[in-house]
Design a protein around this ligand. Structure first.
Ligand code: ADP
Ligand code: MG
Length: 272
């Protein structure tokens, strides 16, 4: 599922300007990382793409549809927001868009498999099909042995993998991740990065991955977007020149260091 933003700005009520003049086109099946200093508007950008937040100005297009001809009345009436057009808010996009947050947000009273079954239950799938699909998603993140455990019995990395499985179970065409592995230790994070990349390669899905880790952005993505400090704008739109096969040892190679340097320099410029 492709994403296109044109001239997107976000001004929060109270006047905080979070985003300015964001032009961004993401093709179907791309893996794009978004990097930027804390508070520069990365989460806001992702939430706008998800339809969880409105742009104040500009156009947002997600998926196949053309721009919505008439802004929805609820936000057409909201002062400064009336010049924005937003195509297909989340409820219309249905299960085609999935979001993974920094916290796993699991339901503590449901075991692992029942947490992953939840999105399909909400879509009204029957129980047998739901269970099979959830079991499948959990095996893809290497958690087949933990189906009956409860969130409190899992490590941080395992909780995040459950969260990832819950996002994947609906087979989204667009997967949005907001610093999902930021709270994990480095080894666990690298394993999850590898797993996520493998999952992306196995599926035809577009991924937008927000992170403040330069090495994570370089390792994971085909393309890295670096944003300036608030109000965030795109400072660098960079094609990551690394092979499609990315074994763990790639992180120690000169080509990897050079990619990191490019991203680091742009980030440093953005802080200035
Ligand atoms: P990032 O994810 O890059 O750290 P955010 O997108 O969360 O940044 O926030 C960008 C800026 O917008 C920050 O200054 C933040 O305080 C502000 N902000 C975020 N959400 C709101 C909101 N609902 N109301 C007002 N200001 C907000
Ligand atoms: Mg954020």
């Amino acid at each position: 599922m492709g994403v296109r933003l044109r001239g997107v700005e976000k001004v929060f009520e109270g006047g905080v300007k979070a985003l300015r003049a964001i032009d961004l086109e993401i093709g179907e099946g791309e893996f794009v990382s978004v990097l930027g200093p804390s508070g520069c508007g990365k989460s806001t950008l992702l939430r706008i793409v998800a339809g969880l937040e409105w742009a104040s100005f500009g156009e947002v297009e997600v998926g196949e549809r053309g721009p919505h001809p008439n802004p929805l009345p609820a936000y057409g009436q909201r002062g400064h927001e009336k010049r924005a057009t937003q195509v297909s808010p989340l409820q219309e996009r249905g299960s085609r868009v999935a979001f993974v947050f920094q916290d796993a947000h699991l339901l503590p009273w449901r075991n692992v498999i029942r947490n992953v079954m939840l999105p399909l239950e909400l879509l009204g799938w029957d129980r047998a099909r739901t269970r099979a699909a959830a079991g499948d998603a959990l095996s893809q993140v290497g958690l087949s042995d933990a189906l009956d455990r409860y969130p409190a019995q899992l490590s941080g990395g395992m909780r995040m993998r459950v969260s990832l499985a819950r996002a994947l179970v609906t087979e989204p065409a667009l997967l949005l991740l907001d610093e999902p592995f930021a709270a994990l230790d480095e080894i666990t994070r690298q394993r999850l990065d590898e797993q996520l990349r493998a999952l992306w390669k196995a599926r035809a899905m577009t991924v937008i991955f927000v992170t403040h880790s330069i090495s994570e952005a370089a390792y994971l993505s085909q393309r890295a977007i670096v944003m300036s400090k608030r109000p965030g704008k795109v400072l660098l739109d960079h094609r990551v020149e690394l092979p499609a096969e990315r074994p763990a040892r790639l992180r120690g190679e000169a080509s990897f260091a050079s990619e990191m340097r490019t991203l680091f320099d742009a980030l440093e410029r953005g802080e200035a």
